[in-house]
Write a protein that binds this ligand. Sequence first.
Ligand SMILES: CC(C)(COP(=O)(O)OP(=O)(O)OC[C@H]1O[C@@H](n2cnc3c(N)ncnc32)[C@H](O)[C@@H]1OP(=O)(O)O)[C@@H](O)C(=O)NCCC(=O)NCCS
Length: 187
Amino acid sequence: MPDERLTDRLILRRPTDDDIDPIHEIFSDPRVWEHFPTLRHVERATTAHMLARWQERWDETGLASWTVRLRETGEVIGTGGCTVLAGASPDADVWNLGYRISADHHRRGYATEISRAGIAAARNLRPETPIIAFLVEHNTASAAVAEKVGFSLVHRAPDAGNPGPAVMRLIYADRPLTDAQLATALR
Ligand SMILES: CC(C)(COP(=O)(O)OP(=O)(O)OC[C@H]1O[C@@H](n2cnc3c(N)ncnc32)[C@H](O)[C@@H]1OP(=O)(O)O)[C@@H](O)C(=O)NCCC(=O)NCCS
């Protein structure tokens, strides 16, 4: 599987340490954490640690989150793609589809474009493994992306451990999940 692919408007590339600063700029921006402010990256080290974990996932699976650049300018505008969440056994694994776009570039269809590429890559590698997206219910933009790529709501329940007691967790998926796959998604 190539570590870089192109979509109509985007370059999707396996992250490297050179991406830490531009990704940190996005992940430290309160505007991209409106729905989960406590997870905002305050320290650069948090972003560096996240990218190190992603690189491990790339080594293990051959696919994980991409760094996303505009083809036109090369600007880093976000991250996204599919990463395996390991279950108690391989048939309990799920792909997790994620996306986070710079607030200066929202509502231009980029998350949808990344998601479609991520889904295609994940299905190419492990078609038997379902793809999920998990999000908090008040993140209507994230739900809109999941619905736009054809996912259905498979789970809705209070978000255990969320600092906001009323927050609901939603899981969307590209197919029905087994109990074991749902347990993996909720871990
Ligand atoms: C969620 C997010 C990735 C969407 O990215 P995006 O590139 O703006 O999304 P798209 O342009 O592909 O939009 C997809 C659909 O969502 C809808 N949408 C986008 N932003 C929306 C908003 N703020 N409110 C309601 N709907 C919204 C769009 O209208 C579009 O549907 P349409 O084409 O039928 O109009 C982006 O808002 C983001 O990065 N948010 C902060 C991080 C985050 O919440 N990530 C997800 C964590 S689970």
